[in-house]
Write a protein that binds this ligand. Structure first.
Ligand SMILES: Nc1ncnc2c1ncn2[C@@H]1O[C@H](COP(=O)(O)OP(=O)(O)OP(=O)(O)O)[C@@H](O)[C@H]1O
Ligand SMILES: [Mg+2]
Length: 414
């Protein structure tokens, strides 16, 4: 789930504190209050915060004193100093901090492939339609999902993420839809589901291809009706959550082979943003390397790579895509001492030259006609000869499909 932003509100005026507390809790930040400088420092010593809202004038210290103390004690937090009109000022400052913290994620790269992705994000962000983000593991699907949210009119509302593949059905169901108190043994309190939590915002259904058939039905019902019913509850609520889903599978094929419902497929996959594998956009590698090797929070030097090492990085297949690249750079940043990283300092898998491109084709070359025949046959097989489905995959009408079956003399296996 989306990490909550932790805020410390430091103000001696209880009214200001409770006002800010209310505003912040509404936007689902978790807030802690401190009433004096001493209190603030003690709390900061104990606990980590993402943002501190600091009154400039406290009974026992000035806001600036605390700021100075925090810098000296290596407290890694953003400070917003409030000087007068707490509510107005805060609203403005918070919005800024929020976009920064929530991180308008930076999509690095200038290859035509990634530029396409970025422009698709801008286009779909303007609408409320469901979007499917499709790409191999580690290509940046979640990053793309967040960008869609943050560029949309829903940006100031929650982005709620759920991994549909990680939970067994019963848990996923209560996660998504919530439950009523007493709905099952152990349900001591009623609970809001993620659909409701994402109301007005975006619900990110990660790994949607892993959803069980039963959950697919449940989800479809919600998407069709726009209503959510908590487990054990009769009443239904209207929810307005924009659906962004992601999968590393070929969802069309999942549907063709009967593992994913077509009706749900059409619901979530009308707009698809394909995120290309890193090896399809090798030109982005130097920029990404630079991005990930910029000096981190721990200080330290940016890493530099010899031309030879960079060439290896660009030639490697990156099965784990950008996540793999990022992990490698982070590892090097910790382990590498010395000047430039040389090729021999890279892990073995990067330095072994693979013979893939030169391999002779496995199948004999055939005519376009024969190719078409084989393909139609393959689609029929994988749809178990469901002609309606096969025709949809092939994007022809059934009449055309029947003609092809006749012309090519394709016979249904017994
Ligand atoms: N274009 C990019 N620029 C900068 N960072 C990126 C880019 N693409 C991905 N990343 C970073 O790479 C890591 C992996 O990205 P992300 O988690 O979005 O991938 P994913 O496709 O959701 O992976 P998985 O399928 O494993 O869940 C993240 O740390 C992300 O910030
Ligand atoms: Mg992911």
């Amino acid at each position: 789930m989306h990490e909550r932003i932790r805020v410390l509100v430091v103000d001696d005026d209880p009214e200001v504190r409770s006002l800010l507390g209310r505003v912040l809790t509404k936007s689902s930040w978790s807030t802690t209050e401190a009433s004096s400088g001493a209190d603030a420092m003690a709390t900061l010593g104990r606990q980590e915060f993402d943002v501190v809202l600091l009154d400039v004038k406290l009974p026992d210290a000035s806001g600036l004193d605390i700021l100075r103390w925090a810098r000296e004690s290596d407290v890694d937090t953003e400070f917003v100093i409030l000087t007068g009109n707490a509510d107005v000022e805060t609203a403005v400052a918070l919005k800024e901090v929020m976009t920064r913290r929530d991180g308008m994620p930076h999509i690095v790269g200038d290859s035509p492939e990634i530029v396409d992705v970025v422009s698709m994000i801008a286009r779909v962000a303007a609408s409320d339609s469901p979007v499917l983000i499709n790409g191999e593991s580690g290509t940046g699907k979640e990053l793309v999902a967040r960008s869609v949210h943050l560029k949309s009119r829903r940006a100031s509302r929650p982005f709620v993420s759920v991994n549909c593949g990680a939970l067994p059905d019963t848990l996923l169901e209560t996660e998504l839809f919530g439950h009523k108190r007493g709905a099952f043994s152990g349900a001591v309190n009623s609970r809001v589901g993620l659909f409701e939590a994402a109301d007005g915002g975006t619900l990110f259904l990660d790994e949607i291809g892993e959803m069980s058939p039963a959950m697919q039905v449940r989800l479809l019902r919600v998407l069709d009706s726009g209503e959510v019913r908590r487990v054990g509850e009769e009443r239904a609520f209207n929810v307005d959550a924009r659906i962004v889903a992601a999968t590393n599978k070929d969802l069309n094929r999942e549907a063709t082979e009967g593992r994913f419902r077509w009706d749900l497929f059409y619901r979530v996959a009308t707009i698809v943003i394909p995120v290309p594998a890193l090896r399809r956009r090798r030109d982005d590698i130097p920029l990404l390397v630079q991005h990930f090797s910029a000096p981190g929070a721990r200080g330290g030097q940016p890493l530099r790579f010899s031309a030879d090492a960079m060439e290896r990085l660009q030639r490697y297949e990156w099965p784990g895509n950008i996540r793999e690249l990022r992990n490698l750079i982070e590892r090097l940043q910790i382990l590498h001492d010395g000047d430039e990283v040389q090729a021999n300092a890279l892990p073995a898998e990067l330095t072994v030259v693979k013979r893939t491109a030169a391999e002779p084709a496995q199948t004999p070359l055939v005519s376009l006609q024969e190719m078409e025949r084989q393909y139609v046959e393959r689609v029929l097989q994988s749809t178990a000869w469901n002609k309606a489905q096969a025709a949809r995959v092939l994007e022809v009408d059934i009449k055309t499909l029947n003609k092809k079956i006749r012309d090519f003399n394709i016979v249904r296996p017994a």
